[in-house]
Each structure stands twice: as C-alpha cells, then as structure tokens.
Design a protein around this ligand. Structure first.
Ligand SMILES: C[S@@+](CC[C@H](N)C(=O)[O-])C[C@H]1O[C@@H](n2cnc3c(N)ncnc32)[C@H](O)[C@@H]1O
Length: 308
C-alpha cells in the first residue's frame, strides 16, 4: 500500500490546478475591468468543484486519503453561523464576539499570531522608515487591533492601524472597546469581498483573522485578491485549522465556558475550516507564490502578495 499522506494527495492536486489556472485567473484580476471580481469568483468556484470531485473520485487513492475523505464528508457543513445572518439580533452578535474575544485571550491567540507577524512588522518598519499601515479585515470586537497597538508600543515599532468589519454595529462595538486606550486605531465599515472604496496599495499589509471560513471557496479567493490589491506588500491571514480532533475538543470543552450561541458558531467554524491544501489552492489562484503553514496549535497561516 502506498504511504502517501492524504495531505500530499490534495496538495499535489491543488498545485497542479493552480499551475493550470492561476495565470489566467490573475490576468482577469489584473484587467480591473467592470465585473472582473465576479468573473474571478465564478471561475474559482468552478475550479473548486473540480478539485473536490478529483479528491473524492481518485482511483487507487491511498487508504489514508480515503479515510480523510470520509471524515471530510461527514463533518463539512453548509449551515450558517449566527454571525453570518444579517437578521441575527445585535445583542446576540455582540455577545458571540465578546466571548470570542475572551476565548482568544484564554487561548493566547494574539501572542501566537504576533510571534509570526511581529518580525514582519519590525522588518517592514525598518525598510520603509515610517509607520506601517496595517488593515485588519473582519476585526470583530477589535481585540486584535488592541493587541497590535500594545505590541507596537512595547516594541517601538510604529503602526497605523485600521480595523474594518462588515457590520456597522460590530464596528461600533470595536470603537467602544478601543476608545479608552487605543483611540488612535481607525475603525471603518469594510466589506472584505468588495473594497472598491479603498485605493490599490492604500495599506502596507492586510491581515484577516479567523474569518476565511465564513466564506464559500470562491469568496475566500476573492477576499485574498482584494486584500492583495489594497496592500502594497501582501496579506497575512490566519484561520482555524482543519484538524479532526478539534471538533471533539470543542464539542466537549466549549460548553463548559460559553453559551449556546457561541458554541453553535464555534462548532460550525471548525466544520467549515479549510485544510492547508484548500487554502494553498485558493491563495495561489488569487496571488503569486503564496505560503501556507500550520500556526500551532490550532491555526493555519496563509501569506501572499508582493512579499512581506
Ligand atoms: C469569527 S469573527 C472573527 C473576529 C476577529 N477577527 C477575531 O479573531 O476575534 C468573523 C468576523 O468577520 C466579520 N465578517 C464577516 N463577513 C465579512 C465581510 N464580508 N467583510 C468584513 N468582515 C466580515 C464578522 O462580522 C466577524 O466580526
């Protein structure tokens, strides 16, 4: 029996599809014509369907790959999170984000991200000789904008931070949280999927945390393409990793600390999380030479764009 890892089979599929389709798709983006983002998203969705079919229907696939497919098929869901319904009452959305902020602190999410992001910010700051303009897309209650602002002061690396979120009430929640100690962080309503109001290269770096799994595959690539366009040097995105054990851990552990709405959304997040091969495919359709790696213990980091 072949000892090829399931991740290797999918990674090879992702690589061959991105070499085949990447140049044409990036040409659509580069054209900047009206409707090009929609055409790009549709084309990515088609390629994604082919990728999924090929992964499932592969003949003589190694046993590990077939078992992964079985687990993948049983856990994947199309159910929406409460955070994704525009009709979700404002206080429910605010409470979920508040609990996510608590969970982030408990799981030391910001220090984990800053261990990878910090050296890049330091390098960038040295290279450009002015405050680094950072846009956080999907900033939620602003917990990471606050962490970046503290990091910036502690490390003497000047940053100009903007946080953006789709929902005006969420932006207000972040503004209220940051007003006292981080009033210099700008907060705006920004749609990750359509940043037409933002000029190309307006920021040095676009970051996006724990948000990609909210989007269908075509939209993930679209968000990456938009992030690459508005940032001079590229994007840095972190999302929940697709790890089988995470579902069990979350199902058993989270209800001890959090309410039903948060647990509902957290379990769906884990089921919707993309694998590293998935993200490699989507990122390489949107940008040149992306890099994808595990950010231990429970996240995946995707970087793309001109290079940071
Ligand atoms: C799971 S929360 C993550 C919040 C924050 N990044 C964190 O890690 O604590 C996902 C966030 O993405 C936002 N969001 C969803 N769709 C969006 C879009 N199209 N554009 C911008 N933000 C979006 C939601 O409102 C929510 O605040």
């Amino acid at each position: 029996m072949s000892r090829t890892k399931p991740t290797r089979v999918r990674r090879d599929l992702a690589s061959s599809l991105s070499s085949e389709h990447g140049p044409a798709l990036r040409a659509i983006l580069k054209s900047g014509e009206a409707g090009s983002l929609d055409r790009f998203e549709d084309a990515v969705s088609d390629i994604w369907r082919g990728y999924r079919q090929a992964a499932i229907a592969m003949r003589d696939a190694p046993l590990a790959h077939r078992l992964y497919n079985l687990w993948d098929g049983l856990t994947t869901t199309e159910v929406l999170e409460l955070l994704d319904f525009p009709e979700t009452p404002e206080h429910v959305r605010a409470r979920i984000l508040e609990q996510l902020g608590h969970f982030n602190r408990l799981s030391r999410f910001a220090p984990t991200v800053l261990r990878a992001l910090g050296p890049r910010l330091t390098r960038l700051s040295g290279a450009i000789g002015r405050p680094v303009r950072v846009l956080e897309i999907g900033c939620g209650d602003g917990n990471f904008c606050a962490a970046m602002s503290v990091w910036s002061r502690e490390h003497g690396v000047p940053l100009e931070i903007t946080g953006g979120d789709l929902f005006p009430e969420t932006v207000e929640q972040a503004r209220a949280n940051l007003a006292a100690e981080h009033g210099d962080v700008a907060l705006e309503v920004i749609d990750a999927l359509d940043m037409r109001g933002v000029e190309g290269g307006a920021y040095d770096l676009a970051i996006c945390l724990q948000t990609l799994h909210h989007f269908r595959p075509g939209k993930v690539a679209r968000a990456m393409a938009e992030a690459a366009r508005v940032s001079r040097l590229g994007f840095f995105m972190v999302d929940v990793a697709r790890i089988p054990a995470l579902l069990t851990i979350s199902r058993l552990g989270l209800p001890l600390l959090y309410d039903e709405a948060f647990v509902h959304d957290a379990l769906i997040s884990v089921r919707k999380a993309y694998s590293r091969s998935d993200l490699l495919l989507l990122a390489s359709l949107a940008s040149h030479d992306p890099r994808v790696r595990l950010l231990p213990p429970f996240h995946t980091l995707v970087e793309g764009g001109a290079g940071i």
